[in-house]
Write a protein that binds this ligand. Structure first.
Ligand SMILES: N[C@@H](CCC(=O)N[C@@H](CS)C(=O)NCC(=O)O)C(=O)O
Length: 212
């Protein structure tokens, strides 16, 4: 079977999710860097691949896909290997519910409203700590909601092995815990902290560290 090509920078959380999915499935792939810092994702060529100017995008045998959840499902369905989709309907539904919570709420509250304010802080003034403090309760609320959706005492979000939601959340937490707001938020969430410990053991997380 021919290799898929993933387009996206390693520092994108969504691109990392897809790289983790490929590694978890044991799928070999080519990675094409998209220089978001230079605004490549807003240029005409990229907009033909992704009309909303986001990353990542995947191409396989001439089939082009954008939107990370669709890409992750394609990888699970199109390639052999352990299924990321849980066989139990309730767990599979919870998994997708958590993915929706991450993509609809948690990503913006954690990455856009907090993490990017640190990374792209004004060089002289430093990060806007007032805005970060204001954003923190909403980020904590999103993580608490995710913890509430975890099923049983399994190590991963919806079971004994990783599913889609684990792969969407881990790259976001990987950034969030670099900052005090993240470590404090996780300290209040024991089940999610145990999950984070389990995720840190996954070779797919270690092998996809962002390169700035
Ligand atoms: N709904 C998209 C979201 C992707 C997304 O927001 N990617 C971020 C990088 S992690 C991005 O492209 N941001 C660029 C921008 O918003 O200008 C997906 O699931 O793939």
């Amino acid at each position: 079977m021919s290799k898929p090509t993933l387009h996206g920078p390693t520092y994108s959380t969504f691109a990392r999710t897809i790289r983790m999915a490929l590694l978890e499935k044991g799928v070999d792939y080519d990675l094409v860097h998209v220089d978001m810092m230079a605004g490549v994702h807003l240029q005409r060529d990229w907009l033909e691949r992704h009309p909303f100017g986001k990353v990542p995008a995947l191409e396989h045998n001439g089939f082009a896909i954008y939107e990370s959840n669709a890409i992750a499902h394609y990888i699970d369905d199109a390639f052999p290997g352990r299924r990321l989709a849980h066989p139990n309907v309730h767990r599979r539904t919870r998994d997708q519910q958590i993915v929706d919570v991450i993509n609809g709420y948690a990503y913006k509250r954690i990455i856009v409203d907090i993490v990017l304010r640190y990374y792209f802080a004004d060089k002289e003034k430093g990060p806007d700590m007032a805005a970060i403090a204001e954003a923190t309760p909403a980020a904590e609320h999103a993580l608490a909601a995710i913890q509430d959706l975890m099923l049983g005492s399994d190590p991963y979000l919806v079971g004994r092995d990783v599913s889609f939601s684990d792969l969407f959340l881990a790259p976001i937490i990987g950034y969030f815990v670099q900052f005090p707001e993240g470590t404090r938020a996780m300290a209040k969430l024991p089940k999610l902290s145990h999950w984070w410990l389990a995720m840190q053991q996954r070779p797919s997380l270690a092998a996809t560290a962002p390169q700035m």
